[in-house]
Write a protein that binds this ligand. Structure first.
Ligand code: HEC
Ligand code: HEC
Ligand code: HEC
Ligand code: HEC
Ligand code: HEC
Ligand code: HEC
Length: 416
């Protein structure tokens, strides 16, 4: 009797996994808590594991679906590339947060006889996922500018696996009060009616969130809207996530959310750090809108947007309609910022990982990002092949930039 029961559960679990892995439109979390058996197994969880999870640890459990061996390119909701699929090439996923696989790419090169190493762990958030070969950061043992213990960093440090945070019909982020009727991350997500709610953006937690990796870190869930297809090459069409700039009604600004673990990186800390949560103003929004590439300031706002340098929109507390209108994945160009739009952490950093040090969206370690029309040129190989650079720039051809293109701080400051 007991044996049969066990067997059934295993089969049910395996079936679910197959659906998840198929990369189809099949939902799983649907903006809230998914079927328990997708992550927990009552009688057959991993030996040595915790919380009856199907993986050895929390992140391994998530990656049992969010990484899939056999991928040949960007695929659905995958945010990590399996080792075998990036043995001789760069990571394959192109999601807004970035592919955790960059954490496993260490680059070595020589400059004027001196050996240089750029360790993979510098490329992002080193989540611990034993089953998938991800280990804690050996250098940053605490979150820089904060005190979060790096060895505890798991997917569920940043995402609520039970998806309790929801946006109700008034736009407020709450954890109870109305059932979650579906996903709330997309331009295609339904607008909740009175008595209904949709999931918080990307299941990102807000006030009161507590788990084994850390307690009560967040003041609110950040707001944004993504296009429903968000993992694709940006060789032609950019993926634009419309990030919100609001901090009322249970929401936090993006900078407030990130500084839950990096307090001293916020301007409000009184430390000398780059402005965040600050309007671009007419000068900087004007530069962004006219900047095309180094030496070329002939652009117009209608086509100025660059997903390598996003900004937060200064919409009102319940203005999801304007965020939805800006989220897209089918346009080669879209509009640049208004003067009331803001600079934030994700203007320069990705959230998971990137092909560059400090998880930046572009290479900030060298004065040029393109020389003589190519990413790879004498002096700036930094241990990479041209293909590695192209992947890190989400497949944009180097010809999108000037033949001698300077770093992308210039998109806002035009010092080049
Ligand atoms: C997406 C994966 C996922 C799903 C689906 C999921 N859980 Fe969990 N659950 C986790 C993770 C990860 C933890 C560990 C949390 C921590 O680190 O503290 C956990 C912990 C728990 C715990 C112990 C700690 C606590 O928060 O109370 C309980 C109880 C629990 N889950 C119940 C459930 C139930 C019931 C369901 C189905 C309605 C469910 N879970 C669905 C991932 C999941
Ligand atoms: C059984 C497979 C499976 C597991 C395990 C799983 N996911 Fe997912 N996840 C999916 C699928 C399928 C989607 C896309 C459909 C959806 O959002 O429901 C998805 C989507 C997501 C999204 C985007 C959802 C949104 O509302 O925008 C996040 C964030 C996410 N997963 C995080 C996690 C985390 C964190 C864990 C581990 C605690 C986890 N997932 C475990 C299958 C899984
Ligand atoms: C440091 C916090 C943090 C950690 C750790 C983290 N995420 Fe995320 N994740 C985010 C944020 C923020 C976004 C939204 C990124 C954006 O839209 O620019 C996101 C987005 C996503 C998405 C949507 C696709 C994308 O890239 O935008 C999925 C799926 C997801 N995360 C799953 C995971 C899984 C699985 C793990 C663990 C292996 C994980 N996350 C670890 C913060 C985190
Ligand atoms: C739950 C805590 C937590 C949150 C939330 C969080 N971080 Fe981190 N972050 C860490 C830890 C721990 C480290 C150090 C370990 C590492 O680098 O992997 C870190 C490292 C970093 C680094 C250095 C990366 C490197 O390799 O040098 C950057 C940049 C960063 N975080 C930016 C962000 C941004 C941007 C956000 C918001 C999207 C964010 N963090 C949200 C915990 C967090
Ligand atoms: C204008 C671009 C920009 C913005 C905005 C920005 N950063 Fe950074 N950040 C950088 C650069 C460039 C570095 C590399 C080191 C340096 O130049 O200080 C960096 C480094 C970091 C590091 C690693 C520090 C270390 O000691 O290893 C963390 C953590 C970090 N940023 C977090 C954040 C957070 C959190 C926010 C939002 C509150 C943020 N950053 C906003 C550009 C930016
Ligand atoms: C998304 C647009 C944006 C990007 C990208 C950006 N900045 Fe800024 N930066 C701003 C804004 C807005 C201000 C505040 C301007 C003001 O108050 O007049 C600012 C201010 C500054 C200041 C003056 C700070 C002070 O205290 O006076 C410096 C220096 C600076 N940025 C350097 C950089 C560097 C270096 C980078 C690239 C790593 C960068 N910025 C990327 C928008 C941006």
């Amino acid at each position: 009797m007991k044996k049969t029961y066990k067997l059934n559960l295993v089969v049910a679990g395996a079936g679910l996994l197959t659906l998840g892995l198929a990369g189809s439109a099949m939902a799983f979390h649907s903006g809230g808590v998914a079927e328990c058996a997708g992550c927990h197994s009552m009688h057959t969880s991993k030996p040595g594991g915790k919380f009856l999870l199907v993986g050895t640890d929390q992140s391994s459990t998530c990656l049992s679906c969010h990484e899939h061996a056999g991928d040949t390119g960007p695929s659905g909701y995958h945010i990590s590339t399996a080792d075998a699929d990036m043995a001789s090439n760069a990571p394959l996923q192109r999601t807004p947060g970035g592919d955790f696989g960059w954490l496993k790419k260490t680059y070595n090169w020589t400059v004027r006889g001196t050996a240089n190493t750029e360790p993979g762990e510098r490329h992002g958030h080193n989540i611990v996922a034993v089953d998938k070969g991800y280990v804690a950061d050996a250098t940053n043992t605490l979150s820089p500018g904060g005190s979060f213990v790096a060895a505890n960093l798991q997917c569920n440090s940043c995402h609520d696996p039970h998806g309790k945070f929801r946006r109700d019909s008034t736009g407020a982020i709450v954890t109870t009060g109305a059932p979650i009727i579906g996903n709330g991350s997309y331009a295609t997500s339904v607008v909740p009616a009175a008595g209904q709610a949709v999931g918080a953006f990307r299941l990102l937690p807000g006030a009161g969130y507590t788990n084994s990796t850390g307690s009560n870190l967040f003041a609110g869930s950040p707001a944004a809207v993504a296009p429903s297809t968000y993992n694709q090459t940006e060789a032609t069409n950019q993926v634009r996530v419309a990030y919100g700039a609001k901090s009322t009604n249970g929401s936090a600004t993006w900078a407030q959310w990130c500084t839950s673990c990096h307090a001293d990186m916020h301007t409000a800390s009184g430390k000398l750090v780059h402005p965040v949560d600050q309007n671009l103003g007419s000068t900087i929004s004007g530069l962004y809108n006219s900047y095309v590439k180094s030496g070329d300031l002939t652009g117009t706002s209608a086509s100025a947007y660059l997903s390598l340098v996003p900004f937060a929109q200064g919409s009102s507390a319940s203005d999801f309609a304007s965020l939805k209108a800006n989220a897209s994945n089918t346009l080669p160009t879209s509009a640049g910022p208004a003067s009331s739009d803001q600079v934030m952490c994700l203007s320069c950093h990705r959230a998971h990982a990137s092909g560059f040090p400090d998880m930046l969206r572009w290479n900030n370690e060298y004065e040029f990002i393109v020389t003589n029309g190519a990413y790879l040129a004498s002096g700036n190989t930094m241990g990479r092949t041209e293909a590695d650079w192209i992947a890190a720039y989400y497949d944009r051809p180097a010809t999108n930039f000037a033949t001698y293109q300077r770093g992308l701080c210039n998109k806002c400051h035009a010092k080049d």
